[in-house]
Design a protein around this ligand. Structure first.
Ligand code: PRP
Ligand code: MN
Ligand code: MG
Length: 181
């Protein structure tokens, strides 16, 4: 395979910036959920890194569950068809749920997920997304905790993939157009 550096245009958000922002969001979440049980729901696979790092910045008890959904496959555009590959193990009845996502791109995944969760009887449902692309939104998502608003480029790293690659990059970087065109 070609060198990783040749496949990236530029770093968009560094590992340090991510850590710092997650610390700030964690402080907000601690305040907002004081006295409440909190269930973090990570959306596999992209949210693995943000879930692991964000959860460890919370100096309190939480529980964690995972839902695996996929809409992108091997392309750079959302198919709009969301498939459940793994459902939650947890009953949401009466739970304060915070969905943890790596990115809101078109918004289709979260819009589908929020609708899917709505009938499960949670006490509250909010969203934390490390990244959001305002210019790519096809549906508006009410996201309480946003890490960074970013331009409408295809980004990889820190959990985000292109065709399952680049998830392990420490920073978030723009994928070089020659890789997918
Ligand atoms: C990516 C990303 C978000 C979603 C955002 O997941 O991790 O879950 O797309 O895009 P949207 O707002 O346009 O719906 P993907 O479907 O690629 O699955 P993955 O997390 O396993 O990579
Ligand atoms: Mn995802
Ligand atoms: Mg993906």
């Amino acid at each position: 395979a070609a060198e990783i550096a040749d496949q990236l245009s530029n770093v968009l958000v560094t590992e340090e910036q991510i850590a710092e922002r997650l610390e700030e969001l964690a402080a907000e979440v601690v305040t907002d959920y004081e006295g409440k049980d909190l269930l973090l729901v990570g959306v596999l696979k992209g949210a693995v890194m943000v879930m692991a790092d964000f959860a460890r910045k919370l100096p309190r008890d939480i529980t964690m569950d995972w839902m695996a959904v996929s809409s992108y496959g091997a392309g750079t555009k959302s198919s709009g068809v969301v498939q459940i590959r793994k459902d939650l193990d947890t009953d949401l009845t009466g739970k304060h749920v915070l969905i943890v996502e790596d990115i809101i791109d078109s918004g289709l995944t979260l819009s589908w997920l929020l609708e899917n969760f709505a009938s499960r009887g949670a006490a509250s449902i909010e969203v934390l997304a490390l990244l959001r692309k305002p210019d790519a939104a096809k549906v508006e998502i009410d996201c309480r905790y946003v890490g960074f608003d970013i331009p409408n480029d295809f980004v990889v790293g820190y959990g985000l993939d292109f065709d399952e690659r680049f998830r392990n990059l420490r920073d978030v970087a723009v994928l070089a157009p020659h890789v997918y065109s």
